[in-house]
Design a protein around this ligand. Structure first.
Ligand SMILES: NC(=O)c1ccc[n+]([C@@H]2O[C@H](COP(=O)([O-])OP(=O)(O)OC[C@H]3O[C@@H](n4cnc5c(N)ncnc54)[C@H](O)[C@@H]3O)[C@@H](O)[C@H]2O)c1
Length: 263
């Protein structure tokens, strides 16, 4: 019996079979969770439906910028399941031009607003919708990146949005903890997904991690999926308000070079 047997999970952020959210869906399905998977628009619906069928998931439309769709999603889950145990938020967006060139020139007021609305505020809005369904407690997770706490070339305004997202995790955890709802983030190493493909220099980032990270490789969808399943199961019952790095140890390294005898 899987360690998520009996858990009902809404997964927001599947776009393709390379999405981190899809890696999470597969791990949770393997561990016995019952899944609902949302799609952001009709174009993505066609890609998401066959994936959802593979894991026997309910499907529903959910654009996180539309309050009515958020309400509709939780109404549907209430009707279908009567409650919810797990919410996975794996959503981010910034206009491409904001991720191109230097931070100062690339960051317009509108790109700042969009990045923070879609990538951070949406977690607050979804948590608010989920809370009344998590009567017996629950677990909420989101996906962050090192750019929240360190500057990274091209990551630009997304770094600011991820910093906001990580603060969001801590404030939600404090607010929802008394109701038994845990809120955590996973800071994942770079993975080639649709969203990541919009970041110039991704190939260099992947190469750098493989050279420098203690494990000398990049993370996989399985690595992140398994950590997410753990954080959304009772195995992590004492953990909330945390950001768990799943990055092959990259964030822990201050400097890395081959040791040679000093001449
Ligand atoms: N790929 C990486 O290297 C990496 C590393 C660390 C963190 N992350 C984070 O993981 C999360 C998932 O991204 P991914 O890399 O799997 O890419 P992805 O493109 O597969 O997923 C991004 C998702 O965001 C969704 N989305 C965007 N705008 C939306 C909206 N208005 N309403 C609903 N959904 C919307 C897209 O539909 C898509 O499913 C993001 O938060 C991303 O920042 C990614």
């Amino acid at each position: 019996m899987g360690f998520m047997t009996g858990k009902r999970a809404l997964i927001v952020g599947v776009a393709t079979d390379r999405s981190i959210a899809w890696g999470i869906a597969k791990a949770m399905h393997r561990e016995g969770a019952k899944l609902a998977i949302s799609y952001a628009n009709d174009k993505l619906k066609e890609r998401v439906l066959p994936l959802a069928a593979e894991v026997g998931a309910l499907t529903l439309p959910l654009d996180v910028t539309v309050d009515r769709e958020i309400e509709g999603a939780f109404e549907l889950l209430k009707r279908e399941w009567g409650g919810l145990d797990v919410l996975v938020h794996a959503v981010a967006y910034a206009p491409r031009e904001a991720l191109t060139g230097g931070f100062v020139e690339a960051t317009s007021r509108e790109s700042f607003r969009m990045a923070h609305d879609i990538s951070s505020y949406s977690l607050t809005a979804l948590a608010r919708g989920a809370a009344p369904l998590m009567k017996g407690g629950g677990s909420i997770i989101t996906l962050s990146y090192l750019g929240a706490v360190r500057s990274v070339p091209s990551y630009n305004v997304m770094g600011l949005a991820k910093a906001s997202l990580e603060a969001n995790v801590r404030f939600l955890a404090a607010d929802m903890g008394p109701a038994g709802i845990r809120v955590n983030g996973i800071s994942a190493g770079p993975i080639k997904t649709l969203a990541a493909a919009g970041i110039p220099g991704l190939r260099k980032m992947l190469g750098r991690v493989a050279d420098v990270a203690p494990l000398r490789r990049n993370v996989t969808l399985e690595d992140v999926g398994n950590a997410a399943a753990f954080l959304c199961s009772d195995l992590s019952a004492g953990i909330t308000g945390e950001i768990l790095y799943v990055d092959c140890g990259y964030n822990t390294v201050g400097m890395s070079f081959p040791l040679e005898a000093e001449g």
